[in-house]
Design a protein. Structure first.
Lengths: 303, 303
DNA sequence: TAATTGATTTTTAATAATAAAAAACATATA
DNA sequence: TATATGTTTTTTATTATTAAAAATCAATTA
């Protein structure tokens, strides 16, 4: 068996849909370059699609023009139920589920084949995902397609926060050195307002906090973007996402604390009070670390 | 065609070698588990190897024992000339060569297939290498197996050194906080001595400096190892290696300057003079940055 | 002669196939 | 009955194959 012609099928469905929406009997369809562009595929695929519609008699050729002969019916559409999401995402989803649900525990070994079978993908897709994922430092390759889930231990958290601390403090001091007319300042003010708004509706919308959190950290970095720091933050945010997945219990309290800490930091920043902001950030980081450690330890003991 | 039985051939050669070295006619060979262990292969492979030697009449079976019937001759060995190094390394070597020699220039696009053909590997090996390599931030994946070599520009160097600066200063201050009895101190003293020794023979041995450089930075980190920082240093050392490959011209002067800077830093450290060490390290980092920028710019303009 | 169409070639993505190598199992021998 | 040997099954790594999709080229028409 060779690859599936999903793109072709999807394109056929798309074109049928477009016709039934926008066209009527005897309309002339556009040239195939235009259609290709519209459907965002190559002309070859567009062409094959049109030919398919000709074979379905939806389109007929008349003196070198192609016109609509009959409007699409339900049965003409391909059933794309089984196509599913890209393999890529499929492995990712399965794998993250597996570690989040504890199916794969820290220290465990697992094989590519195993994962491929369980996630319904081929081993290559799995392996490429794992190689990409390995940069997070949570898994390690071993000989013969074996991998090991590294232990998520105290040392890992310590190291993670050591770097995070360095980066955030650095980002803070750089931000504070921006001159008064820099457009980042009004953005920071806006962010503070948004924090206050959310704080009022925290009872119901406490889950919206993660977006604010993201915005805050992005804004801090935005003044002097750095790809290496950015890369590190991907790890951070994965690890947090990874851990708090389990532990939805005290999410609300956690967010309440964090939102107040953010407000404190931002307020100091807006007052150009570097010292105060530093102290607040320091506190914020240690809260975050403590909270992560709690979750991590809780998880470990519940195995 | 399916995979090559290189391991089998290699094992045959190994066993033939072992026999001609250690055994003589009519000796009894060990059981196959032992041989497998010796040759570091599975018993299946060991078995197949022994059977092959039986078919070559080097070994014959005699009442459930296997004895040496004749000693190996040259012709029995497999020719492993064409086996070559693992595909993995092959791609790596080719790819690094290509970027070092300027065949692939910053900003260039290249395809997996192209690289596979040129390096004599399959596309999968290539792709996996590229995925792994991409964590250095020097290449980026694009749709349809295309990749782009990112431009090695001023911004890249700035970002690299921004992080390096943070990490080295941090490492320095942590190191300085070690108590007097910590075993790292004598190591540092030793390193200083080695620097001084090398300095005397710098005229001839200036290339040995890179080892000292490595040792110095490793020692700084060793006090508090951190996998994220370590990961970053892999990028750093790759980038340096990558760039100085071109520019062997002033290697000697560069190393002379660097060795003096190291000596200065270490001396301050041993005197527990954090301030002095910091200043020296600051200078060392800016020399390194300037030097890298020179090389990078020189390269760019010579395209 | 510019734009469209038709045909061909190249490249890419995926599975299938095959053999190597490892592991598991069963048998035999001391 | 423990250990070594022989056999079978499973897993892994690599190439071949196939079709999708893109890109290129050639021809045709307006």
């Amino acid at each position: 068996m060779s690859r599936q012609n999903d793109l072709f099928k999807k394109t056929v469905n798309q074109l049928l849909h477009n016709i039934s929406l926008n066209m009527s009997l005897d309309d002339i369809i556009e040239n195939d370059s235009a259609i290709a562009k519209q459907l965002e595929v190559s002309r070859s695929t567009a062409r094959k699609t049109i030919e398919h519609l000709i074979s379905l008699k939806v389109i007929i050729k008349q003196d070198s023009q192609r016109i609509i002969a009959c409007l699409p019916t339900e049965q003409m559409y391909f059933d794309l139920q089984d196509v599913g999401p890209p393999k890529e995402e499929q492995v990712e989803k399965y794998f993250l589920d597996a570690i989040l649900s504890g199916k794969i525990k820290p220290g465990d070994h697992f094989s590519e084949l195993e994962l491929a079978r369980q996630s319904g993908c081929n081993t290559i897709a799995v392996r490429e995902f794992l190689i990409r994922f390995s940069r997070f430092g949570l898994i390690e390759k071993e000989p013969r397609s074996q991998w090991q889930m590294k232990t998520f231990d105290r040392a890992f958290v310590d190291q993670l926060f050591e770097v995070r601390h360095l980066f955030e403090m650095h980002a803070l001091s750089r931000f504070m050195s921006l001159d008064d007319h820099n457009p980042q300042w009004p953005k920071l003010q806006q962010l503070l307002d948004d924090h206050r708004t959310l704080k009022k509706h925290l009872a119901t919308k406490f889950q919206d906090f993660s977006k604010l959190d993201q915005r805050f950290h992005d804004l801090l970095q935005a003044a002097y973007p750095n790809q290496f720091i950015h890369q590190f933050y991907e790890i951070i945010s994965f690890v947090f996402h990874y851990h708090y997945q389990w532990d939805k219990g005290d999410e609300r309290e956690r967010n309440t604390v964090a939102i107040n800490e953010h407000i404190e930091i931002i307020s100091h920043m807006l007052l150009k009070d570097l010292m105060g902001a530093t102290v607040s950030l320091e506190r914020h980081l240690s809260t975050a670390k403590r909270s992560l450690l709690n979750t991590a330890l809780y998880t470990k003991s519940s195995e």
